[in-house]
Design a protein around this ligand. Structure first.
Ligand code: F0G
Length: 463
């Protein structure tokens, strides 16, 4: 039963289309040529050759008429712009944090906060750190620790909050590394762990542990609205509350948040730090001015701040959130019904296909997730992202590949961009991929850079 509309069971796109962008259509033969030229790496395929782009949900949102309208009235003053005041008021209202620092995107917020608080030898726990969070911490010589609950590492587990922090391990970690933890984190939703939510109860537990140990609690909150929706519908006693009230309670548990606004900020670029720790401000502002911009724009145009002020409100709309979570569930259920195993339960922003289970005839060294991602592109023009041995596998001293723990293909869903008819079309096409899956060939790496291989490596099909 729909929770926002008692008269209907079907969840629809809660908007109509005002501006449209034609989809590029290509034949399989055309895509074979494109993929060959791109070295079988979907990051190297031009977007004009992609019909459905599920590479990321980051910065790919369709903005609303209200956002575009707000951009037109932006005040582009260098200092003290009216648009900053509007943005700051919305962030204060949504988060409850009095201090708001705009940045051009999430990783800039990470770098600012970490370089003012973290030093070599420090330890920073979280459920799972996102790649850029981990990389920014490691760049400073700190250790990024992942302490997600065991269910969060099991693709088949149906636990409703697979993003939860393992509180017993967190307590042990805080004791073991006492004096070396400058801040403690949680990512909501847990992107690296499959877009899985964290419960309010778990957030309260983590906040209590961090507080008792005198450790500031920082939430990586780029998908805070989706997490609030999952709390509403999955956590006992929360159904009657608004996502806004739940989100506010979550932020009130913490000392600060880091936000890439390219997700639930509903914009194409932007981010911010918000905090109640006034003592952190002087150092943050100095570094902000040095590397991002004046504190009232922080690397963004005022029109971006206007779009973000409107977007943060739109992301908390119940009809929108219900539809948003229904899209990933719809796609996941459709894949499972056609014999494609997906990570369960489906996350908020993405569906993850378990390529190891789907293609048992391919060994990890034959890159099954990369092979499946390429086949989904060739068959349907769908661009996805491999999260498996290409991204995380290590190359041993003898040149052989050490596979990663899982072989996943991520279908990350841009916000408000694709419709149910698009998903139906894709699901119909997936039936053909399932029918010939036993004949799918693996891939080998023919060229790779020394780090972050997945962005630029080139591959070739195995004979
Ligand atoms: N934190 C999380 C949980 C993220 O998912 C991302 C980005 C960032 C931080 C960094 O933000 O890109 O604005 O600098 N995730 C994108 C993705 C790239 O595709 O999952 P950014």
């Amino acid at each position: 039963m729909s929770t926002t509309d008692p008269e209907h069971r079907i969840v629809i796109e809660p908007f109509k289309v005002k501006v449209l962008e034609p989809l590029p259509f290509r034949t399989r033969a055309q895509r074979e040529e494109v993929l060959g030229a791109a070295g079988w790496n979907l990051f190297l395929v031009p977007a004009r050759e992609v019909t459905f782009d599920f590479l990321t949900d980051s910065g790919t949102t369709a903005m609303s008429a209200a956002q575009w309208a707000a951009m037109m009235v932006a005040d582009e003053s260098y200092a003290g712009s009216r648009s900053f005041e509007r943005f700051e008021a919305v962030v204060r209202d949504v988060t409850g944090f009095p201090h708001v620092i705009p940045t051009h995107q999430g990783r800039a917020a990470e770098r600012l906060l970490f370089s003012t608080l973290v030093k070599a030898g420090d330890v920073v726990p979280s459920n799972n750190h996102f790649d850029t969070t981990r990389a920014n911490l490691e760049h400073l010589g700190a250790t990024a620790l992942d302490l997600v609950i065991p269910e969060g590492r099991d693709p088949a587990s149906l636990h409703p909050f697979k993003g939860n922090l393992d509180l017993a391990r967190l307590e042990a970690c805080c004791r073991e590394h006492a004096g070396r933890i400058p801040l403690g984190m949680i990512t909501i939703t847990n992107n690296t762990g499959g877009g899985q939510p964290v419960s309010l109860e778990n957030l309260r537990g983590a906040a209590e542990i961090y507080r008792r140990h005198g450790i500031p609690f920082v939430i990586d909150a780029c998908r805070f609205a989706e997490n609030a929706w999952f709390v509403k519908v999955r956590e006992p006693g929360q159904l009657e509350r608004t996502p806004r009230a739940i989100a506010r309670e979550i932020f009130e548990l913490a000392d600060a948040c880091l936000v890439s606004a390219k997700k639930d900020g509903m914009v194409n670029i932007g981010g911010f730090i918000a905090t109640r720790r006034g003592a952190w401000l002087p150092a943050l502002r100095s570094l902000l001015i040095l590397t991002e911009g004046f504190p009232t724009y922080g690397g963004l145009a005022a029109r971006d701040l206007e779009a973000l002020a409107v977007g943060l409100e739109e992301a908390l709309d119940e009809r929108y959130l219900e539809y948003r979570v229904a899209t990933s569930r719809y796609l996941a259920e459709g894949l499972v019904a056609r014999g494609v195993p997906v990570m369960q339960p489906p996350g908020g922003h993405a569906v993850y296909i378990d390529a190891r289970t789907f293609l048992p005839h391919l060994a990890p060294a034959e890159l099954p997730a990369q092979a499946l991602a390429c086949e989904l592109y060739l068959a349907l023009g769908v661009r996805t992202c491999e999260i498996g041995t290409v991204m995380f596998g290590k190359t041993a001293a003898d040149g052989s590949l050490v596979p990663s723990a899982m072989e996943l293909v991520r279908l990350a869903l841009p916000r408000r961009v694709y419709t149910q008819a698009h998903f139906d079309y894709i699901l119909e096409g997936v039936e053909g991929v399932v029918a010939r899956k036993d004949r799918l060939r693996g891939l080998r790496i023919v060229e790779e850079p020394p780090f972050l291989r997945h962005f630029t490596a080139r591959f070739a099909p195995l004979a």
